[in-house]
Design a protein around this ligand. Sequence first.
Ligand code: FPP
Length: 240
Amino acid sequence: MVLEKEKKGEDAVLVDERLRHIAFIMDGNGRWAQKRGMPRSYGHAVGAETFRRIAEYCRKIGIRYMTVYAFSTENWNRPPDEVQTIMNILADYIHNCAEKAEDENIHVRFIGNLSVFSQDLREKMEKIDRETAHNPFCLNIAMNYGGREELMHACQALVRDGKIDITEADIAANLYTANCPDPDLIVRTGGDTRISNFLLWQSAYAEYYFTDVLWPDFSPEDVDAAVAAFYSRHRRFGGV
Ligand code: FPP
């Protein structure tokens, strides 16, 4: 079994083609901070550090595609200062990630309805996507993302193109994740066991892994546990 391979040095590859894509619902930042008597925003700042650590680790163990749910279409309903903190964290990442992404062979993509963001930020996101597109590892950052909005957006695009006999492939090709394989494993931290409008179409055959660990505490060892759970399951894709 893949995970039983001894971890040999920095570039040990621990996963195989059965686990190409992991997606994370990074939940529990606010509670993590509140438990420490700190404002929820502090939890998001620490959560951003966790995101960097986990992204690096997933790349190291050979995960080719990683998607993170950074901000949903519903997250605008949070208190304005909390929304502002998350937006600042994301903008900061966007302004600074290009060089590191290149060094680490990562193609950074931003998925979601990006039309709500400033022109400056959108241009920066498009530039990073374009300029890192040749890299072998793909990191999707979901911002102002909602699975229903994504499906609606895909349908609207198909109608605009005059499509009548719409196929599954047509829909998949018009999702924000076009050209990215469906997630094999979706991990949700923070103890809740729901999907929260994340990758609704793409998760049709995903395995789910739920953990009580709050996102800021989520560690490479927790990734190992999720990956081990994934490999212990038998995926039948509707067959027997
Ligand atoms: C959910 O936890 C988390 C969010 C809505 C924001 C997640 C964003 C980050 C971790 C920043 C990621 C950074 C980059 C650069 C991608 P919650 O606030 O709902 O926690 P709670 O359930 O304890 O209230």
